[in-house]
Design a binder for this molecule. Sequence first.
Ligand SMILES: Cc1ncc(COP(=O)(O)O)c(C=O)c1O
Length: 428
Amino acid sequence: MEVRPSKEEIDRFISLATKQGLLRDSDNSAVFYSTQHLMSCVQSCRSAFGEGALHTIAVKALPFLRLLRRFSAIGYGAEVASHGELEIALAAGFVPQNIVFDSPAKTRFELEYALSLGCHINADNFDELERIDAILASRSDIAAPSIGLRVNPQVGAGAIQSTSVAGEYSKFGVPLKEQGDRIVKAYARYDWLDSIHFHIGSQGCSIDMLVDGAAEVDKLMQKINAGRTTPIRNIDMGGGLPASYNFGDNLASFDAYASALFSRLPHWQERTGGQRLITEFGRHIVANAAWAVSNIEYVKPSNGLHTVICHLGADMFLRKCYRPDDWHHEISVYNQESQDFVAQGKNVIKVAGPLCFAGDIIGEIRLAEIPSDQDRLIIHDVGGYTVSMWSRYNSRYMPVIFEYDTSNNTVSIVKQAEIAQDLIAFWS
Ligand SMILES: Cc1ncc(COP(=O)(O)O)c(C=O)c1O
């Protein structure tokens, strides 16, 4: 499939939403998710890793209930990293057995709550294992818990330091090189500890790195299993398959990941011992499934270039604005008159957001024509870690979120645009 929705598709669904009165004059920006795109990524993930795996969608990447319901409806799982995300997953219809609870800061209350529901839990450290042990000792009604320990296989950092979690140091998990023996002992001590978890990073990690991490964990599992009567049952390999953010890039695919993984570790594919794979992909499923549109409010010439002021900035693109060298979104200018994208050219255009912050710049593009306030911007690949990271700085309204279906040409609202009462409630 195409990496991202086409120009024709974007055009068609802006027109449809406008015609149906869903995209109103008062909406200065909006986000559109392609349901087809989401669901075909899910299909690719399932077919690449084979039957019997528990695939979960990382709620931190996509917390919209209406979209999450599409995942729960087809028996998909949810990876959650806070009590709030757990409640969102339950409200979106995920059965607790298909919910994986990760977080380095789980409280005793949260652990007991998730265990009593029957969620799968990945402990982040040895102290958390002790807490779980105490809870299980006091709660005979929690009969068959499903619990793993997060291990940092220490295979190095990827291209983006702040989203790499398998370097020599990481705030997550137990470092394998330093504490391998202690990990093996923990598995020998806690017979309820039936799973293992690792996650290498999010964006910037090559397939080779992901597979290296898996291979380290595999070696560890052999040592663990040698000291136990029941071998490890669940292998949770986290997420981290990158998405493409540059036109022309098609960095990775589920098939490429699965084939590299299974050729290095064929027994992870065969799973003759009855082991189950768990995945927690977010970005690769959601990032390319959405695009945003914003009105251009002003165009200001200065310093040999033009600055376009639009309505989405560091409130939605935190990573791009705070770490501009690490992140990128392609931006097209959509000419309302010709209903076409303005061609590439010599004019330098800085695209700035609406916030009171000099770093509120979401990109720089070069165009044949200088845009006007009659044009709109299309910001590509905004489906993950954008709206879910929405910042309240300057108290701007989160825009309307749509989903559309290319198979029957329909568009509908996932979440209404915020209004003053929403903000007043938030700050009250
Ligand atoms: C533990 C864990 N699992 C899964 C994910 C999802 O990663 P990605 O969206 O890159 O697939 C993350 C993201 O940071 C994570 O921390």
